[in-house]
Design a protein around this ligand. Structure first.
Ligand SMILES: *[C@@H]1O[C@H](CO)[C@@H](O)[C@H](O)[C@H]1NC(C)=O
Ligand SMILES: *[C@@H]1O[C@H](CO)[C@@H](O)[C@H](O)[C@H]1NC(C)=O
Ligand SMILES: *[C@@H]1O[C@H](CO)[C@@H](O)[C@H](O)[C@H]1NC(C)=O
Ligand SMILES: *[C@@H]1O[C@H](CO)[C@@H](O)[C@H](O)[C@H]1NC(C)=O
Ligand SMILES: *[C@@H]1O[C@H](CO)[C@@H](O)[C@H](O)[C@H]1NC(C)=O
Ligand SMILES: *[C@@H]1O[C@H](CO)[C@@H](O)[C@H](O)[C@H]1NC(C)=O
Ligand SMILES: *[C@@H]1O[C@H](CO)[C@@H](O)[C@H](O)[C@H]1NC(C)=O
Ligand SMILES: *[C@@H]1O[C@H](CO)[C@@H](O)[C@H](O)[C@H]1NC(C)=O
Ligand SMILES: *[C@@H]1O[C@H](CO)[C@@H](O)[C@H](O)[C@H]1NC(C)=O
Length: 434
């Protein structure tokens, strides 16, 4: 090396150690509290009941070790019973399909067809009437990491009464709504009676399939009918050659027995506006945030699809996001994983704002707002007019991007996976639509 170059390098070293250079502060916003540490299965979702009970789901569709094989005791839904332990919910039995979650008598192997058992759940959500709903994809991974197709009976929405932990409703999706290669990802509820003739409210679901059709599904919770909209529309699709980065690492896709490629996660995160009038949605494999009036999703008439496509709003890029959530401020909270952060989109001014940032944040999977701040006693918990203290935003940080589904295809996650919570701004709390 030239002597002058060596001198310059030495000089730079002296300069940087002699000065306080501006640097990334890494931390921003209200303090994060650690609520739960997972040492057993790999979680994605987190749900909080009005009494503060916590529930998670563990998708066998994302981690082959969590696929119930009939004798390994794996569960796909659990209650978080202490700071570091979980227990199958609502029972071990419903989490244990006889013979396991995979039907090996078909070729290729397929998801078992039991409507009365959980196969592989990607979401659990507590609605405005304090009932838990389990969204089952009907799909899991084989031991070599191949995602099996669903069979009728697998993909379903199961409602659970939290006062006695019993199943109150099972809505099985027809194969024209949940295809065998669909991946039912996340769900939001609006229980207002005047939305439907049957008067029991609706659910809105994302299909995030990496290999099939993406779209939004609407369910009439009274009749059990369901239908799809926006199938294949660019707003529910990943963008071509999408490449995210978390903690500086490029997130290429790994598929067993195939060259590595680009991830193609479709519509995944979904949030209902505080007035129930708008659904916000986002594909993981895209940085764009979109919305659509919910009336367009509830409509299933002959012209409903063209009207739905005409009603989509594009709010521009808001970073890389998995789950999303709303509060009474009307903010749409979402992970911005490349920034180790959670931001919120404010529909009132059309812009995205940093909320919290922390080096412990990696893959922000799912969010859930509690009712912690509502005035006590608990029988008036849902009275919106009451003065209240802020509730918390709960969210899972699960290192999904360091798992076996990403290049180089080995599990590089380090337990424990985490649930954090953080106080909402301006006394924000859970939106109640019933
Ligand atoms: C199920 O998994 C357990 C634990 O990993 C293993 O010991 C057992 O052989 C598996 N059984 C089947 C039927 O694959
Ligand atoms: C669980 O965590 C909470 C909050 O950090 C703490 O107050 C409590 O003592 C912990 N409980 C146990 C059994 O460790
Ligand atoms: C497995 O597949 C066979 C053939 O389609 C079917 O008859 C059987 O009911 C399936 N069993 C389960 C548990 O999915
Ligand atoms: C559980 O509670 C619900 C609502 O109160 C009730 O309809 C149902 O019958 C109860 N189930 C059992 C098994 O007690
Ligand atoms: C449904 O009822 C709510 C009040 O619960 C009202 O604000 C809303 O405008 C009604 N919606 C329709 C479509 O009638
Ligand atoms: C993985 O296992 C499935 C089911 O047993 C089999 O059909 C497939 O060929 C295997 N794939 C690889 C890449 O080994
Ligand atoms: C948009 O609204 C949020 C919440 O009130 C606020 O923090 C942010 O600064 C606003 N953004 C702009 C550009 O005004
Ligand atoms: C599954 O468990 C095995 C044995 O403990 C471990 O080596 C492997 O990394 C695990 N795979 C995943 C995807 O967690
Ligand atoms: C939150 O509620 C408390 C208690 O009612 C009140 O004192 C405080 O001013 C409120 N804060 C905001 C930002 O509205």
């Amino acid at each position: 090396m030239h002597a002058a170059t060596l001198l310059t390098i030495a000089g730079l070293g002296l300069l940087s150690s002699a000065q306080n250079l501006i640097r990334d502060p890494s931390v921003y916003g209200p303090a994060l509290e650690v609520v739960h540490l997972y040492y057993d299965e790999f979680p994605t979702g987190i749900a909080v009941s009005s009494k503060g009970r916590l529930f998670s789901n563990y998708p066998g569709g994302l981690n082959a070790n969590d696929t119930n094989n009939g004798s390994n005791g794996r569960y796909t839904i659990a209650e978080l019973v202490s700071n570091t332990t979980e227990r199958a919910f609502p029972s071990t039995q419903i989490n244990s399909p006889p013979g396991g979650a995979i039907n090996y008598t078909t070729y290729p192997p397929s998801g078992a067809n039991y409507a009365n058992y959980f196969i592989g759940s990607q979401s659990i959500v507590v609605d405005s009437a304090d009932r838990a709903w389990v969204l089952d994809t009907g799909r899991v991974l084989t031991p070599n990491g191949t995602l099996v197709g669903a069979s009728y009976g697998g993909p379903k929405l199961v409602g659970i009464d939290l006062t006695n932990n019993t199943v109150i409703k099972t809505i099985v999706f027809p194969t024209t709504v949940a295809f065998s290669d669909s991946y039912l990802n996340d769900v939001r509820f609006d229980l207002r009676a005047n939305l439907t003739k049957s008067g029991q409210g609706v659910a809105y679901i994302t299909d995030s399939s990496v290999e099939g059709r993406n779209g939004l599904i609407t369910v009439d919770l009274g009749t059990g009918e369901s239908w799809r909209h926006l199938d294949g529309h660019p707003s529910v699709r990943p963008v071509q050659q999408w490449l995210g980065y978390v903690w500086g690492v490029a997130l290429y896709a790994f598929n067993p027995g195939r060259p590595f490629g680009f991830n193609s996660f479709g519509s995944d995160g979904i949030a209902l506006s505080a007035d129930g009038a708008t659904i916000y949605y986002k594909a993981v494999g895209s940085r764009y945030l979109y919305s659509i009036p919910t009336v367009r999703l509830r409509d299933n008439s002959a012209t409903s699809e063209v009207m739905a496509q005409a009603a989509i709003s594009n709010h521009g890029e808001t970073g890389i996001t998995d789950g999303m959530e709303t509060d009474t401020n009307g903010f749409i909270y979402h992970g911005n994983m490349e920034q180790n952060s959670i931001s919120f989109f404010n529909p009132a001014n059309g812009t995205d704002t940093l909320f919290v940032r922390d080096p412990r944040i990696n893959w922000v999977d799912t969010m859930s707002v509690g009712t912690d701040g509502y005035a006590k006693p608990s029988n008036v918990m849902y009275e919106r007019k009451l003065t209240c203290l802020p509730s918390y935003l709960y969210f899972t940080v699960n290192q999904l991007c360091f798992g076996a589904g990403f290049y180089p295809g080995t599990d590089r996650t380090v337990r424990p996976y985490i649930v954090f919570r953080v106080k909402l701004p301006n006394n924000g709390t859970k939106v109640i639509l019933k």
